[in-house]
Design a protein around this ligand. Structure first.
Ligand code: PMP
Length: 979
């Protein structure tokens, strides 16, 4: 078999032998010189030991080059992998590996040379200025042409003068995304192809070219390029001038690509190959143009493990040496003045989750109260702090929000004078008057003393307007002199009263208004650009807020928390610091849609629940041994939502405790012990509940079911694959068989317990008629029917308030938990008067925390909010929206075997084969991980861990539903190996 492969200059044909071996037959461009082809063959032989390049197959005569008419022909082996350009998933892992591969290739090439590669070649990046200069007039898009001219101007001024000293050698010259092969699943490079552009040039060009094409397909081109640099530096260290030049070189390569394509389009209009990368080029060049080349240089240094700003360590070391000699900024020595830590991080209680409650006046009031509590007049904090206040209230745009505050804030009385901590001159000042900007801001320029003296800057924002009066650029400011005063809202940018102090090692050509809040992904670079201002302030460490790093939390978790208390997302766990409504926020103040947690039923930290519980905790929280109106009022309210026969409540502290109690009630009623359970069921973590939970006792390290527990099949209609005309009655008959078997063994049935929608079983919806049939059989055998509604109660299904209502049955005992009190620990058992009377047999029932005053308040308010906000109806609408987005995925993706559920209780089952239904657990985990990367939290479940579970708080909105579907779809598209 033979297929044509796309190529710019040669003609390539893919050949497959009868035995499945694959080769590429390369028919050289007739203009190619034999000498060049020979050189290519020599280099391929030389590089074979790297394992990264194709093998050259010789002709029967033993020659590497054959003839096909007038054309030169070569045959090479096909390497495994997908071209980088066609792969769906590119993470920084594969980019880093590409850097490594290019480095390895480069190292191998140091011992290779060939006269044919000492040539003047138009794709040689060393010729960039000339090639671009020649063809730029052919670029039709004027804005693009202008942008390219700007890149060239920068290159000419800053990079070209360095080039003569750069290391030279033979380079591959074209590690573009279609010449790189990768293993998508492993995110590693399997090969580098095409030796047609080899040339003797600056060796740094190879990595610059790889970076250029990697950047083209990346959402964050700079971070993607930096990953390549990191990998390259591991295998072949880059020199400082090379690191400085890389950004411009990669930009020049992209500009060359635009210009050469313009030339070729002029020559060969209609050639599609030429157009492949032009769209991404037009998208990427403006993004790159917005990055200061020095910022890119610092980012690349950071990727190599070097201090990002090369001279920043000199600045910080000098400032540390000067410690104690600075004039106090506020006129009082901050080392001895009482200072209160002011934490405004994403997880701080000083900040409200409701943006409208964070007005300057409100924040001032809270900060003043904190100062008073601490007996301090000065508050301080904020350096390297992840804050939500900048991201609110705007909706996420898909790009990373700026959340890291890179200055230090001092909360002082308005008008407080500020003294220059050290000698300096006014470098710039302005009134940055846009809302939530700095307001009046001054930048002073300083210089370190001694040899290798360098300049650095200090910035002071949110000043009073009069601070700028009479100031002039270049004006000397002596150490200790008053040069500004603290401003206040609204003229200070409309913030709380404070001065923002920031040190800057490189202003990146910004005269004054330097970013004070930056992206978390660029944190290390920014910390080098803006070192800790406390170096000049001298506040005692214990008087500054202290954020525990995630790594320390992980270490403490290993030390003190049981290993099987699992954390989600494996090696990359989330440190969640705030929840509000249907959203969670991590320690970088990044927002996640919570489509997983059904405990925060009415939304995380719902203000009405928080207030009600808080108020109650401040007054009384005791147990059921006293009369409390809260307990009885809640019982009345809750039973009013249930069928009339279910009239007696018991409250517990958890779902497990409630299920334990339900088993005791059933035994008390029937005098029997045996229970029938459903396969894959989960009812709780206590010893007895593990016994009735096949999910646990039939799982890893499970001991199986004890003799009093009898299992019936999970009525999973998807996996039953239409085998039964009436699955409800078929599965109910299986329960009937268990009952018959029990009777045959002379055992008596106490009860039947089932989750009304099995959740860990894989988000299963029970078949029609099943539950009614089973309940009838169980009751006929003398047992009671227990509905575990821990997952499904309180309107989650949208169609009904309780899931059992969808099956036209009334259980004898209903067990509630999880969402019942919006996260306050609580479970409930509700049963009939008759069963309650059987249980009231002399032994007291007492649960210390069950039914406590605050728990009842939490339960009451959660129920009230569920009703007031019509959350059942909302769950129905949002669930329908989700289903209407998710169901079509079964058509688009083979792997999506089933989409099922109701309301906000949904499952997406992934299978590797639609016929065998082989589960796809690794793929499900991949999808869940990728969704987390894009800000959506879901989970996996089911006996095979292949069902993506979508639940989440009830306030999930239609927009959230769309984002969940979009994110899931994108993750499915990225599944390695999907074709
Ligand atoms: N029943 C079901 C159906 C559950 O899902 C759970 C918890 N996942 C429980 C009972 C146990 O609840 P808890 O963890 O509060 O003890």
């Amino acid at each position: 078999m033979a297929f044509d492969l796309p190529s710019e200059r040669d003609q390539n044909v893919l050949l497959e032998s009868g035995s499945g071996e694959r080769f590429v037959l390369k028919l050289a461009n007739p203009a190619e010189r034999r000498e060049v082809l020979e050189a290519e063959c020599a280099v391929m032989l030389h590089l074979e030991p790297t394992g990264l390049t194709p093998r050259l197959i010789h002709t029967v005569e033993g020659s590497a080059i054959g003839m096909h008419g007038p054309q030169f022909v070569r045959l090479i082996s096909v390497l495994p992998g997908t071209t980088y350009g066609t792969a769906r998933l590119h993470t920084n892992a594969v980019r880093r590996d590409l850097g490594r591969a290019v480095g390895r290739l480069g190292r191998a090439l140091t011992s290779f040379d060939h006269p044919a590669f000492h040539r003047d070649f138009y794709w040689d990046l060393a010729n960039a200025e000339r090639v671009i200069g020649t063809y730029l007039p052919l670029v039709a898009d004027a804005a693009l042409a202008q942008r390219i001219a700007a890149f060239v101007a920068y290159h000419r001024a800053h990079v070209a003068p360095m080039l003569p000293d750069f290391r030279r050698g033979v380079i591959h010259g074209d590690a573009n995304d279609y010449n790189v092969l990768i293993d998508e699943a492993r995110q590693s490079v399997t090969g580098i192809l095409d030796f047609g552009d080899m040339v003797y040039s600056h060796i740094v060009n190879d990595v610059a070219i790889a970076m250029a094409y990697v950047a083209l397909s990346a959402a964050d081109p700079l971070a993607a390029a930096a990953a390549v640099v990191a990998g390259h530096h591991e295998t072949r260290p880059l020199t400082e001038p090379e690191l400085q030049a890389l950004f411009s070189l990669m930009c020049m390569r992209l500009c060359m690509s635009v210009c050469v394509a313009a030339k070729q389009t002029a020559e060969r209009p209609g050639d599609d190959y030429l157009r492949i990368s032009q769209g991404p080029l037009a998208r990427t060049l403006p993004i790159l143009a917005a990055i200061h080349p020095r910022f890119a240089h610092y980012t690349f240094r950071d990727a190599c493990g070097l201090p990002p700003v090369p001279y920043a360590p000199r600045v910080t070391a000098w400032l540390a040496e000067q410690s104690g000699r600075f004039a106090p900024l506020i006129g009082r020595d901050l080392r001895t003045t009482p200072v209160a830590p002011i934490d405004l991080s994403a997880g701080s209680a000083l900040v409200s989750s409701e943006p409208s409650e964070n007005t300057p006046a409100e924040l001032d009031r809270r900060i003043q109260r904190r100062l008073a509590e601490r007996g301090a007049t000065v508050g301080a904090g904020g350096y390297d702090e992840a804050r939500l206040i900048y991201a609110w209230p705007s909706e996420p745009t898909g790009t990373e929000p700026r959340t890291i505050h890179i200055g230090l804030d001092l909360s002082l009385a308005p008008g407080s004078p500020l003294h220059a901590p050290l000698d300096g001159v006014v470098h710039g000042f302005e009134n940055a008057a846009a809302h939530h900007d700095y307001g009046p801001v001054i930048v002073l320029r300083h210089r370190t003393e001694g040899p290798d003296s360098v300049e650095f800057y200090s910035l002071y924002g949110h000043l009073s307007c009069d601070s700028l009066e009479g100031l002039r650029v270049g004006q000397p400011i002596a150490k200790g002199a008053v040069f500004a005063r603290v401003g206040s809202a609204p003229s200070n940018g409309d913030w709380w009263t404070h001065v923002h102090v920031q040190l800057v090692t490189d202003l990146l050509d910004v005269p004054c208004n330097v970013d004070g809040v930056v992206r978390a992904s660029q944190r290390r670079v920014w910390k080098s650009l803006c070192p800790d201002p406390n170096l000049i302030l001298g506040i005692r460490m214990e008087e500054l807020p202290h954020q525990v790093p995630t790594s320390a939390i992980v270490a403490a978790r290993h030390a003190h928390i049981g290993g099987n208390v699992r954390v989600s997302y494996g090696a990359n766990p989330l440190n969640i610091v705030r929840g509000y409504k249907q959203y969670l926020y991590d320690d970088a103040a990044h927002r996640f849609i919570d489509a997983y947690n059904n405990v925060a039923h009415v939304g995380h930290c719902h203000p009405r629940v928080v207030r009600a519980v808080g108020d109650q905790l401040a007054v009384l929280n005791t147990n059921t041994r006293y009369l409390q109106e809260q307990l009885t009022a809640y019982a009345e309210q809750l039973t009013a939502m249930l069928p009339a026969s279910l009239s007696v409540c018991y409250f517990t502290a958890s779902g497990s405790e409630a299920n334990e109690l339900a088993l005791r009630l059933a035994r008390a009623r029937t005098g029997a012990r045996d229970v029938i359970v459903m396969d894959s069921a989960y009812h709780g973590h206590t010893t007895t509940l593990i016994d009735i939970s096949p999910y646990k006792h039939a799982g890893p390290d499970g001991e199986g079911a004890p003799d009093w527990v009898h299992r019936s099949p999970l009525p999973d209609i998807y996996r039953a694959r239409g085998a039964h005309a009436d699955p409800g009655s078929w599965f109910a008959s299986r329960v009937g068989e268990v009952i018959a078997d029990l009777a045959a063994k002379g055992r008596r049935l106490s009860g039947y317990i089932a989750e009304t929608c099995p959740s860990v079983g894989g988000q299963i919806m029970l078949p029609k008629g099943f539950l009614a049939d089973v309940y009838a059989r169980v009751r006929a055998a003398g047992g009671v029917c227990i509905a575990d509604e821990v997952q499904t109660g309180f309107g989650r299904l949208g169609t009904h308030f309780w899931a059992f209502e969808a099956h036209d049955v009334t259980p004898d005992i209903v067990v509630l938990g999880k969402p019942i009190a919006n996260g306050y620990p609580m479970g409930a058992v509700i049963t009939t008067r008759a069963i309650a009377e059987s249980f009231d047999n002399g032994m007291e029932f007492f649960s210390t925390f069950g039914g406590s005053t605050a728990a009842c308040v939490a339960g009451r308010m959660t129920l009230q909010v569920t009703l007031d906000e019509e959350l059942q109806r909302s769950a129905l609408l949002v669930g329908e929206r989700l289903l209407s987005g998710l169901k079509p995925l079964m058509g688009e993706f083979e792997i999506v075997g089933d989409v099922r559920g109701s309301g906000l209780f949904l499952g997406v089952e992934l299978v590797r084969d639609r016929h065998t239904l082989e589960p796809a657990p690794d793929e499900a985990t991949f999808v869940v991980d990728r969704m987390r990367q894009r800000g959506v939290l879901v989970g996996t479940d089911g006996p095979y861990h292949n069902v993506i579970k979508i639940r989440g708080p009830m306030p999930l909105s239609l927009a959230d539903a769309d984002q969940v579907v979009d994110t899931l779809t994108r993750a499915l598209r990225e599944l390695p190996g999907r074709r």
